[in-house]
Design a binder for this molecule. Sequence first.
Ligand code: MG
Length: 348
Amino acid sequence: MSPDRKDTHITPLHGAGGELMGELLERLILPRFGKEAVGRIGLDALDDGATIALPEGETGELVLTTDSHVVKPIFFPGGDIGRLAAAGTINDLAVMGARPIALTLAAIIEEGFPIPDLERIIESFAAALEEVDAPVVCGDTKVMPAGDVDGIVLNTTGLGIARHAISDAGLRPGDRVLLTGSIGDHGMALLAAREEFSLSTRLESDVAPIWPMFAPLLESDICEAIHAMKDPTRGGLAAALNEMARKSSTCIEIEETRIPMRSAARGLSELLGISPLEVANEGKAVVIVAPEAAEAALRVLREHPLGADAAIVGTVTEEYPTRVILDTEVGGRRFLDMPLGDPVPRIC
Ligand code: MG
């Protein structure tokens, strides 16, 4: 190894708890996250843990979630693993009705990983957190020998606070099904970017933290009328709807023509023979609302750029409990089944 390789590439010492790891933290992490303590002991204390002061006067429930990110490629059209790790965790909090108050970031990095790439990923993670004004309070770095891990894996835990946490099982017959925007963008953009296809497309991943779109909705009276929410990630819209129908023993009926979809996503799905309803989305949510509040909820969502294409796409019924029905474009009617899994591995 050349003497200065440690300045440009990750070496085993960067994860070994000594000088080199300290330097990496000083250079990459602390300037971006260190100043935002939400408790007495924050990230810059580099203690064994961080403390989080409960927001003053706030009542409600703390919500905790965790996620690991193994996406391939690490940099993809519309985002990268850093933005994805932030959005993935923040969105799980958001669909439970929780405002993010603190996150953790753990990185498992392959020896030889370029430090400029790591810097770009950290930068992107930090930028996504700025969109929701939430800090990283603690983290971890491990280095694995070359070949033992593919590039980089990120794990993020998020702590949020909700007035009243919203589950994904509260559907009631008569409720309306809202989608906050176009379906299939992340999965299809990633597929197109994979080496085996390397298709040129204008389609970009929708990866984004959706809390800012939800905040006005959850802080309004409409909040009471929201019966369930879920982010359609792995397995896409089909998996999310089936899970919700099963958990609540209701039937969800969706009108295919109302599902917002970009023409590029539709085109790619036809070319590759993969349903856009079965691939991951990383900046969208399914919102189940009482019928009398559906139009009002739609208006609030559409006021935010992330919800500009929001639409009411279906209704909760009692017809076939635990099943999802799709009214198709050609006038047919069929079950939309739970996919076996996401057709695209390492999508998030
Ligand atoms: Mg989720």
